[in-house]
Design a protein around this ligand. Structure first.
Ligand SMILES: Nc1ncnc2c1ncn2[C@@H]1O[C@H](COP(=O)(O)OP(=O)(O)OP(=O)(O)O)[C@@H](O)[C@H]1O
Ligand SMILES: [Mg+2]
Length: 335
């Protein structure tokens, strides 16, 4: 079986292979629930007491935005689509533009939600306070869908990543996956709960649950790698083409109906775990649009995740680190 055939299990003949000649196609990412991550550093966090802030920073965030940032660093053409908020959304678009990342957001009344992260330097523990964000109405979704329809014909892949704001239906990722399929574009889905289970029914080519998300979706406890493969195949039975089960420090698996690969990763100094899953999605997508075979898709993903893990905060993998990591990452066949 050729590499190009291998990475599209379950796909029909309508889906395009790899990229168009000349590489004109781009990877689209969707962020429906962007946010501002406000991180403060304290020494010995005392709940109920007065805490002195040693350092603080604000970053524009969102899972799809992270994936686009990693893809851009790897040298891949990408565009961020989704929803943004009128009141302070310029914070997000300015950051993207300064990094040379194209974006096209439907604008919604209200402000970007803020997620406060309290990092206790004494214990290394991060406490998070996440806002729910403003309600989104059907007009905003219609505007977003018009943008998506305009962009899909030039896309090599659609990546749906993260939660959705209040007002967005639980079956929304399913709808978007179906729209992409209509244009012959495959979808990668990284979400949890109903968003994931509903989305799977539209047959995304890849989903990327972490251990907790996989346990929740498959309704099974996962202790061993074998458990993860079994749970992944349960989701394949529901419609997913491939499942990448990311197991944090225990590595990652890439599972299809007939094959399973495992990558333990490499021994690296871990400086920031946030966004490792998004970098994993970016690396795998980068390999998929190049028509690489399954073990390579997994290796590229894990190399990108490692390139992100060695950087503090949510910073995404750079191309130099990715190239250095790649030879250190292996993927072994499991069955
Ligand atoms: N502490 C760690 N040590 C080594 N590798 C790690 C560690 N954490 C993550 N990884 C690598 O990064 C991959 C993705 O991480 P993880 O499973 O935590 O994703 P995630 O929970 O989806 O993350 P997020 O949603 O915050 O981006 C793992 O499969 C593994 O290869
Ligand atoms: Mg994740």
């Amino acid at each position: 079986m050729s590499g190009a055939q291998r990475f599209r299990p379950g796909a029909t003949g309508r889906f395009r292979l790899g990229r168009k000649k000349g590489g004109a196609e781009m990877i689209l990412t969707v962020t429906l629930n962007p946010c501002i991550d406000h991180t403060v550093k304290v020494e010995g966090f005392a709940p109920g007491g007065t805490n002195r802030i040693l350092a603080s920073r604000s970053d524009a965030g969102g899972k799809g935005v992270n994936v686009s940032a990693a893809l851009k660093n790897l040298g891949e053409d990408t565009r961020c689509l989704g929803l943004n908020f009128r009141q302070n959304g310029a914070f997000l678009t300015d950051v993207l533009r300064s990094r040379g990342i194209d974006c096209d957001f439907a604008e919604v009344n209200g402000a970007l939600r803020t997620n406060i992260k309290i990092f206790d330097a004494a214990t290394g523990v991060m406490s998070e306070l996440n806002e729910r964000g403003p309600e989104v109405g059907p007009e905003a979704l219609e505007e977003f869908e018009i943008i998506l329809e305009r962009c899909l014909p030039g896309a090599s892949l659609l990546i749906l990543d993260g939660s959705v704001p209040p007002g967005v239906p639980a079956a929304y990722y399913r709808t978007l996956t179906e729209r992409a399929a209509w244009h012959g574009v495959r979808t990668v889905l990284d979400a949890r709960g109903e968003l994931l289970l509903e989305g799977i029914r539209a047959r995304p080519c890849l989903i990327k649950p972490n251990r907790e998300e996989l346990e929740e979706a498959a309704g099974e406890r996962i202790v061993s790698r074998r458990d993860a493969v079994r749970a992944a195949r349960r989701l394949i039975g529901l419609g997913a083409g491939m499942v990448c089960a990311s197991l944090g420090r225990d590595g990652a698996l890439l599972v299809t109906a007939g094959e399973a690969y495992f990558s333990a990763g490499a021994d690296i100094p871990v400086r920031g775990v946030q966004g490792a899953g998004d970098a994993l999605v970016a690396g795998m997508s980068y390999a998929m649009v190049r028509g690489l075979p399954l073990p390579e898709i997994l290796r590229y993903g894990v190399a990108a995740a490692h390139g992100s893990l060695i950087l503090e905060g949510t910073q995404m993998c750079g191309r130099g680190d990715f190239m250095k990591m790649l030879p250190r990452i292996s993927a072994e066949r499991m069955d």
